[in-house]
Design a protein around this ligand. Structure first.
Ligand SMILES: [Zn+2]
Length: 285
């Protein structure tokens, strides 16, 4: 197979990036709201090409949002990237399925105590839900919970919110904060990708000549890969987010690199390519 990583066999098999294994870990999918309210500056007709490209992300005029994590496994280290929406019924959205992450890990043969690092790209509710169980006890008893210091400070300032209490405040003392780019394991490097949330981070995987980038919510909808200036109402600093997308895109478009996002369709692992003059994300495998 020409360069890059390959997808092997059935769903339990990882996408391999050299000697690093990458698995999708499904947690939830549901309706977040109407596109017209979530992207108020984007006219309805501008979404039409993306409705064709990404039908799974549309339910009528609503954004149908998968919320999934990833498991990254090196020879010595098991890393869970984001912990999903969490137990059923805690988030005020229209869920189709939720609460699946522990079972999804189990199907991969991963027990909570096997996770060495929980890497949190940021601390929105759909990325922290399984940090703890319903009682606020760490779900991953041995794990280092790694997060950017700015993200943690921002979340702590919202301690009145239920998910912040259960998933952040209850874990006080368990977090290991970083202030910039940081190597989690050999070939696995977190990088600051600002705009969506204070201290928002992505993850680069590099092993041999093979690469992957977990972009987290840098481009929370694949349409933003072609329309990097579109503003999503939940972006904390929209202009900064747009600048981050413009800066990152050359590393992704038509390059020999896998691009993964837990809000994209299917496994969320694919490639960013130019098709008929448009930048699109295509599922790998
Ligand atoms: Zn998100």
């Amino acid at each position: 197979m020409a360069g890059g990583a390959r997808r092997v066999g059935a769903t339990k098999d990882p996408v391999v990036v050299g000697s690093i294994e990458l698995f999708p870990v499904a947690d939830a999918v549901g309706l977040l709201g109407e596109y017209s309210e979530l992207y108020p500056e984007v006219p309805a007709e501008a979404w039409e090409p993306y409705r064709v490209l990404y039908p799974d992300l549309f339910s009528g005029d609503a954004w149908r949002l998968p919320c999934n994590g990833f498991l990254v496994r090196t020879e010595a280290t098991t890393i869970l990237v984001d912990t999903g929406v969490g137990p059923q019924g805690l988030w005020d959205w229209t869920a189709e399925r939720e609460g699946e992450l522990p079972d999804a890990l189990g199907r991969l043969g991963v027990r909570p105590e096997d996770v060495d690092i929980v890497f949190l790209t940021h601390l929105h509710i759909d990325h922290v839900g399984w940090n703890t169980d319903l009682e606020g006890v760490a779900l991953f008893p041995r794990a280092r919970y790694v997060v950017h210091e700015d993200a943690l400070a921002f979340a702590r300032a919202q301690e009145g919110r239920a998910h912040v209490q259960r998933c952040i405040i209850a874990l006080e003392g368990r977090f290991e904060t970083v202030s910039g780019d940081f190597e989690l394991a050999p070939g696995v490097t977190a990088f600051v990708s600002p705009g969506h949330f204070p201290g928002h981070m992505g993850l680069r995987l590099l092993s041999g000549s093979q690469r992957a980038v977990l972009i987290a919510d840098t481009a929370v909808h694949p349409a933003l890969l072609n329309e990097p200036d579109w503003v999503y109402v939940a972006d904390g600093e929209p202009a900064v987010g747009a600048a981050t997308r413009h800066a990152l895109l050359p590393e992704l478009i038509d390059q020999d690199v896998l691009v993964a996002c837990g809000h994209y369709p299917g496994s969320g692992i694919g490639r960013v390519v130019t098709r008929e003059g448009r930048v699109v994300w295509e599922h790998a495998g």
